[in-house]
Design a protein. Structure first.
Length: 377
């Protein structure tokens, strides 16, 4: 009796599923739909009949894609159509980092670089082309330039653009923005779309989630056709989907803001990195933050850091401001120190400075001199 009831439930579930399929499979011609449904129906009824005679029924996973599930099949086809072919030029630290995430979103990645990264690419699920002509002839929808800032101009001047598709979307991920924007406008074919991007994170700071990490972009030139606009938006959506904080901003404004934030961060991180700060048994939270600042900046190549300085016209002034700030803080310390010593030197009844005190103010035996002056008083 229980078995019969379970078979009955299965039949009802099946009929309901067929009903849904009938409703949703509207994209097929009426005759095709009818034939396919008829076939699936008779197949399952045959199975049920067989099941009844053997007093068992094997319809367990009604949620899984069924042979008559046209919707699931159609979804696979549309998803494939949506996937972008993205080419990465410069498969170093950052190129690989970004490739990994793009692949995980279901897009195809091809890469090229000065060095040979075939094995790395294979591990990541990308295809590596040592020859840049071969890379271009794969006709990626989007090309991401991820070479060092310093080599950008050379790479672009030697790039075989003519082998790419006529309306390729060209973008960059350089940590400076005005420089590649100007170069792109000058050197890229007029029919290319241009998108300047700066993910404000890297392999260390964006190791886990990208949630709330800023991504700055400027759509420098995107053609009017719907397909070109969609392609650009689809690419940006990839970052949005990962939780990035999308910031649309001109390249010039980016450089102004990045000089006083990112460049200063890198400079301080590098300075502290040079000091080789070691962990201590009494490390404070603040000290741990400094150590993580070193981890997030010191691993980047010096080329990258130098590029932040050389190719952002606002960096020099920020470096001077940092230097001034350091001098000012140091000055505050030494002024107070000198004040204490002067108070010791110039007593009320003796207006002449003690030469010993002066020597001690700059010498290593300052403490001894101070004690002696105190004793005298
Ligand atoms: P990078 O030192 O700035 O660049 C290394 C890449 O540049 C490698 O792919 C290297 O190719 C290529 N390259 C260097 N000199 C070259 C030359 N003369 N000709 C051709 N290619 C050359 O380190 P990165 O961290 O990978 O950065 C790549 C880009 O991403 C930079 O523009 C950087 O500003 C940007 N970015 C980096 C981060 C980050 O956190 N690291 C974050 C955001 C944006 P080979 O390895 O084949 O030699």
């Amino acid at each position: 009796m229980r078995r019969y009831a379970s078979n009955l439930v299965s039949i009802l579930v099946f009929e309901h599923t067929v009903m849904i399929c009938e409703k949703t499979a509207h994209f097929l011609s009426f005759s095709t739909k009818k034939t396919l449904l008829k076939k699936s129906r008779s197949k399952l009824h045959h199975k049920l009949e067989r099941g009844r005679s053997k007093e068992r029924l094997d319809v367990n996973a009604i949620d899984a894609a069924q042979p008559f599930d046209f919707e699931a099949k159609a979804k696979v086809v549309t998803d494939k159509k949506k996937a972008l072919k993205i080419g990465i030029v410069g498969f170093g630290n950052f190129g690989q980092f970004v490739a990994k995430r793009i692949i995980s979103k279901g897009h195809t990645v091809i890469a090229t670089s000065r060095g040979d990264y075939s094995a790395v690419a294979e591990n990541l699920g990308a295809c590596f082309y040592p020859d840049i002509d071969d890379f271009c002839e794969e006709h990626p929808d989007i090309v991401i330039l991820s070479t060092s800032i310093l080599s950008t101009e050379k790479v672009l001047r030697e790039f075989p653009f003519q082998r790419l598709r006529r309306n390729t979307l060209f973008c960059d991920v350089l940590s400076v923005k005005q420089f590649p924007k100007q170069l792109f406008l000058k050197l890229l074919p007029k029919n290319f779309d241009i998108l300047c991007l700066h993910p404000m994170f890297g392999p260390d700071s964006g190791k886990g989630s990208w949630r709330d990490l800023p991504l700055v972009y400027e759509k420098v030139r995107v053609g009017e056709e719907k397909s070109r606009k969609n392609r650009c938006d689809q690419f940006l959506h990839l970052f949005e989907d990962e939780g990035c904080r999308m910031v649309e901003m001109s390249c010039e404004e980016h450089d102004r803001q990045a000089a006083s934030s990112q460049f200063i961060t890198h400079t301080v991180g590098r300075m502290l990195g040079t000091m080789e700060l070691a962990d201590t048994s009494i490390s404070t939270k603040g000290f741990e933050s400094l150590r993580s600042l070193v981890d997030n900046t010191y691993n980047d190549s010096f080329d990258l850091y130098y590029g932040l300085f050389m190719y952002n016209k606002n960096a020099t002034i920020e470096l001077s401001r940092l230097e001034q700030a350091f001098d000012e803080v140091k000055g505050q310390l030494f002024n107070r120190l000198h004040e204490i010593i002067r108070n010791e030197i110039f007593t009320e009844d003796d207006a002449s400075p003690s030469t010993q005190g002066l020597q001690n103010s700059t010498g290593s035996n300052f403490q001894g001199g101070l004690e002696e002056n105190l004793k005298k008083n």
